[in-house]
Write a protein that binds this ligand. Structure first.
Ligand SMILES: [Zn+2]
Ligand SMILES: [Zn+2]
Length: 467
């Protein structure tokens, strides 16, 4: 009811998450600003890195004097139960990986980090209420019990203590750069050399011997000395071209964000509408944002898990070993909704998730953009409970307490416990990256063809005009 207070709480959670994410791969770290799914996903990633003997460090550096302060609530969506909003922070995103003291990966990108903050619309805040552990009698606050009783280890099945961060992604953003402009210009200029050198090369192939008029241009083969002089000249001039390239990239970036205030340029408007229109009649408690946040995190959990059969939300058959060498998998902010189908008391949604996967190739780590088609399903006849509840999780066979969200099998006796009925389950995961690559190559060839065609026509008519 007190919206301003809720806003502040969401902003605090988003800020805490940016801080905690930078330490998430350290031993024993718990990212409490994340919801339990995302928290578990980050834990699995840390275990994967440890098993592969990789020291992976992710820094989210806001800079000494931040150029822009974080903005909260840049966009928000409401459904029957949740209020979901985006927070954006501006950081220098630095990732390094080491194995046996050898650097295997290094990447620094000025970026915006976009976080999906999930909150309930009208829930009571019970986080500081006290609760007596039914197993050992120790008294703790509800907040302290999220990861189980600290005295006896009993696990609880409890309603999420919102607001929490459910998903996040990075958008490369050259405007975030904390470097002085001359450094940025030199870097961009040198990076652009493979393009600028061929681009300006007509300067040495054509020279006007008489009068300097355009019509007197003659094609000549340049001497080696000329070519060397040209290349050195281009390198010396590179900060200047770099400055232009940088200004251009800023221009296009602000153009892309115009009217959308945020990396919302990356949101998929059509999918969102389709999902809302169809889902509102089936299961109105989900907006596309809460759905895509959930599915992305479940997918990443599947990627990092080494024991996929035991994950309660996993019903995917024969996944193979494709994910076994993935050590980082960041959501790219894109998820599309392709199909929604109902069958009896279940609804199935199929969509594509776009990620950047870092794979361990032995001596080096490699980043690749990948696309996965995911089909997820959910019961439609189980109501979503809005009131807070907490209950001890107990194995029906041996009575031991364990976190049934992380594994459906009791770690003591192996008995399988039925998963929660109201949660999403993943039924199919397919790598469709190659299909997408072929599609974009075809589009590129067509665009290139049209471009060349129009240049030739213009050129042809210009020459005809000269005659
Ligand atoms: Zn206890
Ligand atoms: Zn048991």
């Amino acid at each position: 009811m007190c919206t301003e207070n809720n806003q502040n709480k969401r902003a605090a959670v988003a800020g805490a998450f940016r801080e905690e994410l930078g330490h998430a791969m350290e031993p024993g770290a718990k990212v409490m600003s994340a919801d339990k799914e995302l928290r578990f996903c980050l834990e699995l990633q840390r275990d994967r890195l440890a098993r592969r003997n990789i020291r992976y460090k992710e820094e989210l550096d806001p800079g000494k004097k931040p150029m822009r302060s974080a903005s909260n609530n840049v966009r928000s969506w409401q459904d029957g139960h949740y209020e979901t909003s985006w927070s954006v922070g501006y950081i220098k995103h630095k990732r390094t990986a080491e194995r046996d003291g050898m650097k295997t990966f290094k990447r620094t990108e000025p970026s915006s980090i976009c976080e999906t903050v999930i909150d309930v619309r009208d829930g009571e805040d019970v986080s500081s209420d006290t609760y007596c552990c039914p197993n050992c009698g120790a008294v703790s606050t509800i907040k302290e019990l999220q990861e189980g009783c600290s005295q006896c280890g009993t696990s609880f099945n409890m309603t999420e203590l919102y607001p929490k961060v459910g998903n996040y992604f990075f958008v490369p953003d050259p405007a975030v750069s904390t470097d002085p402009i001359w450094k940025t210009a030199i870097r961009y200029g040198l990076l652009a050399l493979p393009v600028t050198i061929p681009l300006f090369s007509p300067m040495i192939f054509f020279n006007s011997s008489a009068g300097g008029s355009l019509l007197n241009m003659k094609f000549t083969v340049p001497s080696v000395a000329m070519v060397i002089r040209y290349i050195i000249g281009m390198i010396i001039m590179s900060p200047l071209t770099g400055y232009f390239v940088w200004m251009l990239s800023l221009f296009f970036l602000s153009f892309a964000q115009l009217g959308k205030e945020s990396p919302a340029a990356l949101s998929v408007g059509g999918s969102r509408k389709r999902f809302a229109a169809k889902m509102s009649t089936i299961s109105p408690v989900y907006t596309f944002e809460t759905f895509s946040s959930k599915i992305t995190t479940l997918f990443r959990t599947l990627v990092f898990s080494d024991n996929r059969e035991s994950l309660p939300f996993n019903a995917v058959k024969d996944l193979g070993s494709d994910f076994d060498n993935v050590v980082d998998c960041t959501f790219r902010g894109w998820m599309s909704c392709k199909k929604i189908k109902t069958d009896g008391n279940k609804v199935y949604v199929t969509g594509n998730v776009y990620v950047d996967a870092v794979r361990d190739m032995g001596s080096k780590l490699k980043v690749k953009s990948e696309v996965y088609q995911i089909t997820a399903g959910k019961r439609t006849d189980v109501p979503v409970l809005t009131n807070f509840s907490i209950a001890k999780i107990q194995c029906p066979s041996c009575g031991a307490s364990f976190n049934s969200f992380k594994s459906k099998n009791c770690p003591y006796c192996g008995t399988e416990c039925p998963p929660a009925e109201d949660d999403w389950v993943l039924y199919e995961v397919k790598n469709v990256g190659r299909q997408h690559l072929i599609k974009s190559i075809i589009i590129a060839v067509v665009v290139f063809g049209i471009l060349i065609g129009s240049i030739l026509t213009t050129y042809g008519s210009a020459i005809n005009g000269l005659k």
